[in-house]
Structures are given as structure tokens and as C-alpha cells.
Design a binder for this molecule. Structure first.
Ligand SMILES: [Zn+2]
Length: 488
């Protein structure tokens, strides 16, 4: 955004704009710099055809209503353009990674502010209201989305102001009212940057959850996967955390694990009486679950694993079970570590009033020599400290379970979160994972042979291989062995 501002409003060329932004006070990760350059080029290339007829608009478009008790303001994040006479306004969303379906309410809000908003500069300080002035609205509005990785352009809406009003009434208004009343709480990866996190009831307060004795610096967000990436390579963890586009990252084994997870998620969503064999894929044909499709020997192995689940399904012959949540996203706020922790256990539920936290691991390897599951799977350690800290809500701490599915059999490894030795070990394990991450402020790359499988290596200046343009062609052919399948 800052680079495009330099080019569009200050008349800088690309090289000057990049060097001005890089010399700013805020130091950015070299991988982010590399992506910013690629993204700026892609954006300029994608939009060059329009820029003869549309001019960039620096001000925000703000729809504002001043009520006795509050100021109601609506605006959207993106870039803004208009025709010379102001009759046409175009709002452009910028997309970092893969295409995803942009919700109609997002489109409705962007279109509404373009159609009816007035220009206003960003308030200083932010707590002040916008002061819109000048021409309100336009006759015609276009909303498009520009992909910064591939330079693709997608039109989302092209409508008159009146059509926009109708579209907003259908898709935008309810959403806006929910947001204004604070009903639409969606705690998660965004909490770390939110100014209201300290007073919000979204994330669960869990001081000491990560076992880190005292964290310094600004609040940061992490998941157990993020800690795994950090241990492998801090630069990879960082570039993933800021959501840079990734190349395909699943090995065949990891994709099979994802498919098994997705299948169980579906059957557990549909029934709570215990899985039976009829609910599982048969072992002689290919099958798919969610976005995952498995074929041939993988399909057969996966079907045999799922058949084994029936023996250990948590709802089979279970005593009283309630509050079942399948693959929920849980958000915790650990102010000792100064971290927002986002976790996605495979299953949580209450059994006779006590919480159970279950993680699933699929493997085709025979059981290896015995090691402490808390050491091997830090997500189990997180489950233990979360249950020990009453983080799931009313109810006692029941147990943390690791379900291991192999084509040859199923196994449940239970861990007791009321056993003080287990809690102590869990805290120590988490501290060993989270401590180095919390202390890191530079996120240096650790280049090595793993780089060839790293899904963000194309943005990493330390990547010893080919440059980003060439790599695009190569990565799709050979996905590497990534992502432990026990993680969400
Ligand atoms: Zn089941």
C-alpha cells in the first residue's frame, strides 16, 4: 500500500518508491520486502489498462451518521479510483494469497461507501471521527479484486447507485448492525492487532498458558503449527504469519491425514451416537472429504484407518456427553507471554461434566519406541495446560487424548490434566517451544535442505535456489513432505 501510494500520489517510479518505503522507520522483514516488490509489479501490470481513464483517490470514502450518543462510520480497506467527472468510482480489494470466495457483505460495504460515501482523510489520532467533505457518492460503482501474487483481476460488482442500495439492503445492513452491536465476535488470528483485545470477551484469558515466564514487546499471535515452523526456520514462521502467498505444501502423507481428519469432522458433525462402519468409506474405491481427494493405495489405507476409528470413537457407548465441538477454533490470551494463542483441537466435549480434548494422528508407520506424547506433540501439552487452567468453560478437567489411527489398528493415549507432574511437564514443553519464538525479534532464515519444500521460499532472500519467477513452475510438480498431520 505504501509503495503504491508513492507511485500513484507522489509520482515516484517503482525503484524510488520501494527505496523510500524501505528507508522508513519501520523495519520490515526482507521476505516481506521481496513480496512487496513482486506485489507492486503485479498490481501495476494488472491495472495498467484502467489507469488511463481512472485516477487514484487518496482519501477514504466514508459513510457517516452522527447520532446523539455515537458517531456511526462505514469505510472499507482497499484502493480507490474515480473517473475524471467523478460519476464512476471503482473500489479495489487487494488479495494476498489464493483465491477465496469474498463474502457478499464485504462487497456490499465496499460498494455502499463508494456509491454514497464522501472523501475524508484518515483521522489523527485514530480515536477522532472522520471529517468527510466534498463530493458525496457516484452514479456508477465497480468493485474488483486484484490478486497480488498472480496479478489476476476479478470483477465482483458493477452497478448503479440505486442497485448498490438494494444490494446493501440485502447483504450488508444486517452484518453492519451485528458489528455495531458487538454481537459478531470472532476471536482468532486478528485479535493480536486489535485495540480492544484487553477488554474484549472474545479470547479466553489464560495467564501462563504457554509456560513462558515473562514476555516482552507487543502482543503477538501464534498457534502450535506456528511454533513448529519457528523451530524449523524463524523466517518461514514469520512469512506464514503475515499471510504471504504459499505454494502447495502437502506431501502425499499429509494430504491423506487431512482427508481422514475431514471425513471424521463430517461424521462427527452429523451424529453423536458413535460412528459405525456404514459411515466410513469402503476400501476399494477412491474417496474425498472436504477439499481433499485420495486415490489408489492412499484411499485404501485411509479407509482402513477410518474403519479402525469405529473401535475408539468417543461417542460409542459413551456416558453423558454434551458441548461437543468438532475442530473448533479456540482463542486464548496469555498476557504473561504477551501472546494470543489460537488452537484447533480435533474435538472437545464434556463427558459427565468434565472436559475432554482429543487430538488425532494418522500414520502408516509401526509404533516407534515409546516417548512422552507431551514431548512429541506440543498440541497435547497445550490441551493439558488449557484444561488445567479451566480455559474451556464451566466443567472440570477430564482428560487429553491422543487418538492414533493406523491401517492396522487404533490406539488411545490418555493424559491426565489433574496430575501435577503432567501439568508441569506440559508447561516445560510449551516453554521450550514458545520461549525462543517470544524472544525472537528478527526472524532470520535458517537456510538448508528443507528450503526446497518451504511454501514461502519464493519470498525468502536466503533461499539458495532459483528466483521467484522460475520457482512458480517447479513447486507444483514436487510437493514436499510438510505439515504434521496431527495438527489443525
Ligand atoms: Zn466417531
Amino acid at each position: 500500500m505504501a509503495t503504491l501510494d508513492q507511485i500513484e500520489f507522489d509520482g515516484a517510479d517503482l525503484a524510488t518508491a520501494l527505496s523510500v518505503v524501505r528507508s522508513d522507520d519501520i523495519e520490515t522483514h526482507p521476505g516481506v520486502d521481496r513480496f512487496a516488490e513482486h506485489a507492486t509489479r503485479a498490481y501495476l501490470r494488472a491495472c495498467s489498462r484502467d489507469d488511463a481513464v481512472l485516477r487514484p483517490v487518496r482519501d477514504w470514502w466514508v459513510a457517516q451518521r452522527i447520532l446523539p450518543s455515537m458517531v456511526w462510520e462505514l469505510y472499507a480497506w482497499g484502493r480507490r479510483y474515480e473517473s475524471g467527472d467523478g460519476a464512476l468510482r471503482e473500489f479495489r480489494f487487494l488479495r494476498l494469497g489464493e483465491a477465496r470466495e469474498r463474502g457478499p457483505s464485504e462487497v456490499a460495504i465496499a460498494a455502499f461507501v463508494a456509491a454514497f460515501g464522501a472523501p475524508a482523510s484518515w483521522p489523527q489520532p485514530w480515536s477522532e471521527p472522520f471529517r468527510p467533505s466534498g463530493r458525496e457518492g457516484a452514479e456508477r460503482v465497480r468493485v474488483i479484486e486484484v490478486g497480488l501474487a498472480d496479478g489476476s483481476v476479478k470483477e465482483l460488482l458493477d452497478a448503479t447507485a440505486q442497485e448498490v442500495e438494494e444490494y446493501f439492503a440485502t447483504h450488508g445492513r444486517t452484518q453492519v448492525v451485528e458489528i455495531a452491536h458487538g454481537e459478531a465476535l470472532e476471536p482468532g488470528f486478528g485479535c493480536g492487532e486489535c485495540k480492544r483485545v484487553a477488554v474484549c470477551r472474545g479470547p479466553v484469558r489464560t495467564p501462563g498458558l504457554l509456560g513462558v515466564e515473562s514476555g516482552q514487546g507487543p502482543l503477538r499471535t501464534v498457534s502450535i503449527s506456528g511454533l513448529r515452523y519457528h523451530r524449523k526456520c524463524p523466517a518461514q514462521a514469520y512469512l506464514r504469519a503475515v499471510h504471504l502467498p504459499r505454494s502447495y505444501e502437502y506431501s502425499q502423507e499429509a494430504a491423506l491425514g487431512q482427508a481422514v481428519h475431514a471425513w471424521l469432522e463430517k461424521v462427527h458433525d452429523q451424529q453423536r451416537d458413535g460412528c459405525d462402519l456404514d459411515a466410513m468409506p469402503d476400501a476399494v474405491s477412491d474417496w474425498s472429504a472436504g477439499d481433499w481427494r485420495v486415490t489408489g493405495e492412499d484411499a485404501a489405507a485411509g479407509a482402513r484407518m477410518l474403519a479402525r476409528h469405529v473401535e475408539v470413537c468417543p461417542f460409542r457407548d459413551a456416558p453423558e456427553v454434551d458441548s461437543v465441538r468438532v475442530e473448533p477454533q479456540l482463542t486464548f490470551l496469555d498476557l504473561v507471554a504477551r501472546a494470543v494463542v489460537v488452537a484447533k483441537p480435533d474435538l472437545v466435549y464434556r463427558e459427565e461434566g468434565r472436559w475432554v480434548w482429543r487430538e488425532l494422528k494418522t500414520t502408516q508407520k509401526p509404533r516407534s519406541s515409546f516417548s512422552d506424547p507431551l514431548e512429541e506433540y506440543p498440541q497435547l501439552a497445550l490441551g493439558v495446560t488449557a484444561l488445567a487452567g479451566d480455559a474451556l468453560g464451566p466443567g472440570g478437567a477430564g482428560r487429553v487424548e491422543l487418538e492414533i489411527l493406523r491401517p492396522s489398528g487404533a490406539e488411545i493415549v490418555p493424559i491426565d490434566p489433574t496430575d501435577s507432574e503432567r501439568v508441569k511437564t506440559a508447561r516445560r514443553v510449551l516453554r521450550e517451544w514458545a520461549g525462543p519464538w517470544r524472544e525472537d525479534s528478527v526472524f532470520d532464515a535458517r537456510p538448508g535442505k528443507e528450503c526446497q519444500w518451504c511454501p514461502v521460499s519464493q519470498w525468502c532472500p536466503s533461499y539458495p535456489g532459483v528466483g521467484p519467477e522460475q520457482k512458480d513452475d517447479e513447486t507444483s510438480a514436487e510437493p514436499g513432505p510438510a505439515a504434521a498431520s496431527a495438527e489443525g
